[in-house]
Design a protein around this ligand. Structure first.
Ligand code: RIB
Ligand code: NA
Length: 311
């Protein structure tokens, strides 16, 4: 089977509590709502891409438990190919404990579990689907060695690579930059990677240039309400791409919605300028912040204006 977008990444069961604010250390507070959802940065990105119309495959590992089995069904429900999703008895399906406050902000603890057992053998097995894909996406919720291997393998096969260094680690291997066609992170990840403060669009331009100089073909720094900043090695002048103003309900996974949309555009409209793809991906992500949850809030093609799908 041939697919457009392959994600080598994570699946997490999201255990979400909505509360007026985030608790302090040692504090107990009352929340007003609890729900369980399908999350994990890798899977979120894959599902958003699929909902826009990309043919997708997920390469990941879940536990041999009900969370894992439910997750596989969720992929099927979203038309994601599960031929390279495996279940292990050695660890539990990844879980994310998430608290969302009334401003739509969140705090998250992830226990990666089975995700960390995705190994070289799984990647070798997925080579058949990867080599025919148009875009490969990965993040840092699996072992960083596997993410780097996936980027290298995709590059060898002339598949466009998108790397999302999330959650960020301070001592990221220099090859991650060199193997990335698009290196896409948010402000706090850019801060951690560059050691410089990133709060304004100007700061993002500077941080983006620093990341670009490490060897990526393009850098995108996502900035929430401020949209994003795009830089390309072929044209390193930082470009600010603003977004529409919306009232946020839950921003969890908005970055993943952006990345999934970006991968869709790269696969379906390969000659579209990266700035235009980013502008459209901003608009897809803006829809996701207006309702609760991660995947539950991701729009389908049919819910979006037709302009987002024009050449
Ligand atoms: O990026 C959002 C995701 O981060 C959540 O779905 C949660 O699972 C964590 O991995
Ligand atoms: Na949301």
């Amino acid at each position: 089977e041939e697919v457009d977008v392959v994600v080598v990444g994570s699946c997490m069961t999201d255990l979400v509590s909505q509360a007026p604010r985030l608790p302090k250390a040692g504090e107990t507070i009352h929340g007003h709502k609890f729900f369980i959802g399908f999350g994990g940065k890798g899977a979120n990105q894959c599902v958003q891409s699929a909902r826009l119309g990309a043919k997708t495959a997920m390469v990941c590992k879940v536990g041999k438990d009900s969370f894992g089995s439910n997750y596989i069904q969720n992929f099927k429900d979203n038309s994601v190919c599960t031929a390279f999703v495996t279940q292990t008895e050695e660890a539990m399906t990844g879980a994310a404990s998430i608290i969302v406050n009334d401003a739509g902000e969140n705090a998250i603890v992830i226990v990666a579990g089975a995700n960390m057992l995705l190994g070289d053998r799984d990647l070798v097995q997925a080579r058949s689907v990867l080599e025919k894909a148009k875009v490969m996406l990965c993040q840092l919720e699996i072992s960083s060695h596997i993410s780097l291997q996936a980027l290298r393998m995709a590059r060898q096969c002339n598949v466009k690579t998108v790397f999302n260094p999330a959650p960020a680690i301070p001592d990221l291997h220099s090859d991650f930059y060199k193997e990335s066609d698009v290196f896409c992170c948010n402000e706090s990840e850019a801060e951690l990677l560059t050691g410089a403060r990133v709060s304004s669009v100007d700061d993002a331009g500077h941080a983006g240039l620093e990341l670009l100089n490490r060897g990526c073909a393009a850098v995108i720094i996502t900035m929430g309400t401020q949209g994003c900043v795009v830089l390309q090695a072929s044209n390193p002048e930082p470009k600010h791409i603003p977004t529409t103003k919306v009232t946020p309900v839950d921003t969890t996974g908005a970055g993943d919605s952006f990345l999934g949309a970006l991968a869709f555009y790269m696969a379906h409209y390969p000659s579209m300028p990266l700035e235009e793809m980013s502008k459209r991906a901003n608009l897809v992500a803006a829809v996701s912040v207006q309702s609760v949850g991660t995947q539950t809030s991701y729009p389908f093609k049919k819910d979006l204006p037709a302009e987002l799908f024009m050449k």
